[in-house]
Design a protein around this ligand. Structure first.
Ligand code: 1BN
Ligand code: ZN
Length: 356
């Protein structure tokens, strides 16, 4: 086509005009006069957003420990374990959450046991989620005791305390709804059926060797991390609570959390300092504990911090009650439950307000 015939072609003129009309607004936007003349002004510092955090009721959390302990040892495969599971589901439903039970067969070092992870979802339709977890089973033996070592323990602290704080948080959410974020309370089963000859609290140097040995612990979280209740499940971050109720407990920074979720751990410990709990959330590195968070981080790539109590009496790795019959209601200090609950509630309400 020659230039002349091109210019005489009415259809082509129309198409050209249409293209110019469509492109005009775009051209004007970037024309020098319309372009921004000065760089955007530097943001004026915004004062830290004030977020109302409802009061975490330590007495209510203590009551939830009492209730669990009253079932007796919650060892997978026992009647007490079944009854307690039914009660936990009922409680979460009472707080308006949508509950999923995830049964599985736990392959323990002493045989197969029926187990169940319990997942309670707050606003399951929200994409932006926070994961709060604890284990709800109690140990099948008292291998650190001097008497009745072959009998199961009550696990008021080891199992009961973390669950109690989570139940109280669930109750708080019902009374003081959160904006924008959803929360998943995941109660792992069969955390504490491990073979203690495979110590889970070792130095990081032994991590590779440990990896194979520690598979007897944390069976519920290992199962959930492989097959979460929703395929492709993810969350902004997670917090694991384990042994958060004993009198005299301290909360140093757990090693694997420090290594794999340092930013989250810094923020949580900073909040604890700000709230005046620096004497309990001590700013030093504790041991490396192969707990449920390790498997969630490894399997689902969600940063999870373990808040786990150690005693105020080093060099013992855990409290004198750990894996003994002394882990009963008497070891529980409602103030410790209250401190941990206050810290986690602050994290939760600030995160929902975009201020975490
Ligand atoms: C934490 C509470 N753990 C068990 N109950 C994990 C663990 C297992 C810690 C073995 C030390 C040794
Ligand atoms: Zn334990």
């Amino acid at each position: 086509m020659t230039l002349n015939s091109f210019l005489r072609n009415k259809r082509l003129w129309l198409v050209a005009l249409l293209l110019v009309a469509l492109a005009l607004p775009l051209l004007l936007r970037f024309w020098p006069e319309n372009a921004p003349t000065s760089p955007p002004s530097s943001p004026t510092p915004v004062p830290a957003k004030q977020v109302n955090v409802p009061l975490f009721q330590a007495d209510s959390a203590f009551y939830f420990v009492e209730k669990q302990v009253a079932f007796g040892p919650r060892v997978p495969g026992t009647a007490a374990h079944k009854k307690c599971a039914a009660w936990l589901v009922k409680e979460f439903k009472r707080f308006g959450l949508e509950v999923i039970e995830q049964p599985f067969v736990a392959k323990t070092y002493f045989g197969l046991r029926d187990a169940v992870n319990i997942i309670a979802q707050y606003h399951p339709e929200r994409a932006n989620r926070i994961l709060l977890c604890a284990h709800w089973d109690s140990r099948h033996i008292a291998d650190k005791d001097s008497v009745d070592t072959d009998k199961p323990i009550l696990g008021a602290d080891d199992g009961g305390s973390g669950v109690a704080v989570l139940l109280e948080l669930a109750r708080l959410l019902q009374q003081h709804p959160l904006e924008r974020v959803g929360v998943d309370f995941v109660l792992f089963d069969a955390e504490d059926l491990g073979d203690d000859r495979t110590e889970a609290g070792q130095s990081v140097m032994l991590q590779a060797v440990q990896d194979q040995k520690t598979l007897t612990w944390c069976l519920g979280s290992q199962h959930w991390a492989r097959t979460p209740h929703r395929p492709g499940y993810t969350a902004q971050f997670g917090i694991l609570l384990d042994m958060v109720g004993a009198r005299g407990a301290l909360f140093p920074r757990e090693g694997y959390s420090a290594q794999q979720a340092p930013v989250l751990q810094n923020r949580i410990w900073a909040i604890a300092q700000e709230l005046g709990y620096g004497n309990l959330f001590i700013d030093r590195l504790g041991g490396y504990i192969t707990d449920d968070h390790v498997f969630v981080m490894r399997g689902l790539r969600i940063p999870v911090v373990n808040i786990i109590g150690i005693p105020n009496s080093p060099p013992a790795a855990f409290g004198a009650h750990h894996h003994t019959h002394r882990d009963n209601l008497e070891v529980i200090d409602r103030n410790i439950l209250g401190v941990v609950g206050h810290v986690v509630a602050t994290v939760l309400y600030r995160a929902a307000a975009g201020a975490f």
